[in-house]
Ligand binder design. Structure first.
Ligand code: NAD
Length: 497
C-alpha cells in the first residue's frame, strides 16, 4: 500500500507514526494510500525548521520571492492534467471539474507573483517640519494552514503561495481524506526552486491541528472547513494570541424573480446545486422563487432528472460520488428528515447506483419543494446534490429570509430588472453576491469574502486582504534636520502642528 510522505525541512520523508488513516477512491471505495498522523517530534521538527528558514526567507528580495511564484505557476500549468487526474482519483470529481479546482488555485499563484506591488506601503512627506512618514509591510513569521477535502488543490493554493510570497514560511496540514493532491503541489513547489523549508506539509487530524493552534512560534492560522471546527479553530487560535482567518460552512440561496430568463435560471440551478455533488461551499442549496416564478419548478425537476453522477472519466457524468460512505449516509438521512418534516420530495437521489461502480458513494440529484425555515433540510448544510425550493411573495420577503440565515457565504439573484438587482445587492447580508451569476466566487485580485457564520476573522483569503492578513504594518516617522527651524528644544507636552 503506498504511503503519503510528509514534507519536512525540505525533504519528502516517511512518517515514523504508529497511527495511519486510509485514503480511498470514493468511486470504488478502494484504499489507494495511507496517510500518517504526524508524531509530536515530526510536528516539532516542521515548526522549528519553518522558524529557522524564516530568518533567511524574510531577507530574500521581494522580486526573487515573486520569481518563485512565476516559475511555480508555469510548472502547475504544465502539470495541470496530471494533478487533475490525481485529484479525481481521491475525490471522485469529474476530470473537467478537477481541472477547474486546479485552475482556480493557479490563478492565486499568478496573483502571488505580483506580490511587490501588493506589499507597497504608504508615504507622506512633511507630516511636520522636516518630518516624513512611510509605512512598510513585513512578514509575520511562521504561518499555518488547515484545509478541507472539497478543494484539495484550490484551497491550499489560496494559502501558502500568498503567505510565502509575503516573506513568511508555512506549515500546511491538508485534509486527511485527499492528501495526494496537496503533496503533488508541494513537490512542484520544490521543483520551482522554493528554498528548502519555506513550505512544510504535515498530516493528521485534531491532535496535529491542536499543536498548530497552540504552538507559540506560529503567528497566524488560516482554516477552511465546517462550522463547528471553524469555530473551534477561531476560538482556540485567538485564545493562543494568534491571528486567525476561519472560513466555515454555508447555505447559499438563489432568488428567482418572475422577470428572469427562465432557461438561464434552470441551467444555473441545476449546475450550481449538483455540480461537485453539491460539495462546494458556494453551491446553491436553496432556490427562492418569488411570485409567479414558482411555476417553473416542474421544469426544474425535469432538467434535474436528466443529470446523473458517474466516473471521473465518463464524459456523460455531470458529477462524481460523495467523498465517503459516512457523507452519503448523512446526506441520505437528511433527505429522510426532509420528507418526514413535510417537504415535498420531487426527486429522490437515495439508493443511486452507477454501472460498474457498485461500491461508489453515489447520490442522485434530489429536489425538495415546499421547504420551510424550520426544517432540518433547510437549517443544516447538506453538502450533497440536494436543492430545496422555497416560495416568497415578494423580493422583500426573499431578502428577509436570507438575512435571517446564520450563514453568509454566497447568494445570487436572477432578474432582468436593474432596480431589483440594485436593491438586492445593497440590502443582502451576504459577502459574495451574484447577479445572474449562480456561483459568484471572486477572482484572486478581489478577496473571498464570506460573512456571518460562514467566516470568523476580518481579513479574507487572497486579493489585497491576504497580504494584510499575512503581514504586519510598520510605520516609520523620520526627521532630518535640513534647516535650523526644524531643530527643537526638549518638549514636555504634545506639540500642536
Ligand atoms: P472539516 O471541518 O471536517 O475538516 C477541515 C479540516 O479540519 C481538515 O483538515 C480536518 O483534518 C480538520 N479537522 C476536522 N475535525 C477537526 C477537529 N475536531 N479539530 C481540529 N481539526 C479538525 O471540513 P471538511 O468536511 O473537510 O470540508 C467541508 C466543509 O468545508 C463544509 O462545511 C464546507 O462548507 C466548508 N468549506 C468552506 C469554504 C469557505 O470558503 N467558506 C470553502 C470550502 C469548504
Amino acid at each position: 500500500m503506498p504511503t503519503v510522505p510528509q514534507f519536512i525541512a525540505g525533504e519528502f520523508v516517511q512518517s515514523c507514526s504508529s497511527k495511519w488513516m486510509d485514503v480511498t477512491n470514493p468511486a470504488t471505495n478502494d484504499v489507494i494510500a495511507q496517510v500518517p498522523c504526524a508524531t509530536s517530534d515530526e510536528m516539532r521538527q516542521a515548526i522549528d525548521n519553518a522558524g529557522e528558514v524564516f530568518k533567511s526567507w524574510k531577507e530574500t528580495p521581494v522580486s526573487e520571492r515573486a520569481r518563485v511564484m512565476m516559475r511555480y505557476q508555469a510548472l502547475l500549468k504544465s502539470h495541470h492534467d496530471e494533478i487533475a487526474e490525481t485529484l479525481s482519483q481521491e475525490t471522485g470529481k469529474t476530470f473537467e471539474d478537477a481541472r477547474g479546482d486546479v485552475w482556480r488555485g493557479i490563478e492565486v499563484v499568478e496573483h502571488a507573483a505580483n506580490v511587490a506591488t501588493l506589499m507597497m506601503g504608504e508615504t507622506v512627506e512633511n507630516v511636520a517640519r522636516d518630518v516624513d512618514t512611510h509605512s512598510w509591510t513585513q512578514p509575520l513569521g511562521v504561518c499555518a494552514g488547515i484545509t478541507p477535502f472539497n478543494f484539495p488543490a484550490m484551497i491550499p493554493l489560496w494559502m501558502f503561495p500568498m503567505a510565502i510570497a509575503c516573506g513568511n514560511t508555512f506549515v500546511l496540514k491538508p485534509s486527511e481524506q485527499d492528501p495526494l493532491t496537496p503533496m503533488r503541489l508541494a513537490e512542484l513547489f520544490d521543483q520551482a526552486g522554493a528554498p528548502k523549508g519555506v513550505l512544510q506539509v504535515v498530516h493528521g487530524a485534531r491532535e496535529q491541528v491542536d499543536t498548530l493552534l497552540t504552538d507559540p512560534s506560529i503567528r497566524a492560522i488560516s482554516f477552511v472547513g465546517s462550522v463547528p471546527v471553524g469555530q473551534y479553530i477561531y476560538e482556540t487560535g485567538t485564545r493562543h494570541m494568534k491571528r486567525v482567518q476561519s472560513f466555515a460552512g454555508a447555505k447559499n440561496h438563489m432568488v428567482i424573480m418572475p422577470d428572469a430568463d427562465k432557461q438561464q435560471v434552470l441551467n444555473a440551478l441545476v449546475g450550481a446545486s449538483v455540480g461537485a455533488a453539491g460539495q462546494r461551499c458556494m453551491a446553491i442549496s436553496v432556490a427562492v422563487f418569488v411570485g409567479a416564478a414558482q411555476q417553473w419548478i416542474p421544469e426544474l425537476k425535469d432538467a434535474m432528472a436528466t443529470v446523473r453522477p458517474g466516473a471521473w472519466n465518463d464524459p456523460g457524468a455531470s458529477y462524481g460520488p460523495l467523498i465517503s460512505a459516512e457523507a452519503r449516509e448523512r446526506v441520505e438521512s437528511l433527505i429522510a428528515t426532509g420528507e418526514s418534516q413535510g417537504a415535498t420530495l420531487l426527486l429522490d437521489g437515495r439508493g443511486c447506483t452507477v454501472d460498474g461502480l457498485p461500491e461508489g458513494h453515489w447520490v442522485g440529484p434530489t429536489l425538495f419543494g415546499d421547504v420551510t425555515p424550520d426544517m432540518e433540510i433547510y437549517r443544516e448544510e447538506v453538502f450533497g446534490p440536494v436543492l430545496s425550493c422555497m416560495n416568497a411573495d415578494s423580493l422583500g420577503d426573499a431578502i428577509e429570509l436570507i438575512n435571517n440565515s446564520p450563514y453568509g457565504n454566497g447568494t445570487a439573484i436572477f432578474t432582468n430588472h436593474g432596480g431589483v438587482a440594485r436593491r438586492f445587492q445593497h440590502d443582502i447580508e451576504v459577502g459574495q453576491v451574484g447577479v445572474n451569476v449562480p456561483i459568484p466566487v471572486p477572482l484572486p485580485f478581489f478577496s473571498f469574502t464570506g460573512w456571518k457564520g460562514s467566516f470568523y476573522g476580518d481579513q479574507h483569503a487572497y486579493g489585497k486582504q491576504a497580504v494584510r492578513f499575512y503581514t504586519e504594518t510598520k510605520t516609520v516617522t523620520s526627521r532630518w534636520f535640513s534647516t535650523e527651524a526644524s531643530r527643537s528644544d526638549a518638549n514636555f507636552s504634545i506639540q500642536l502642528r
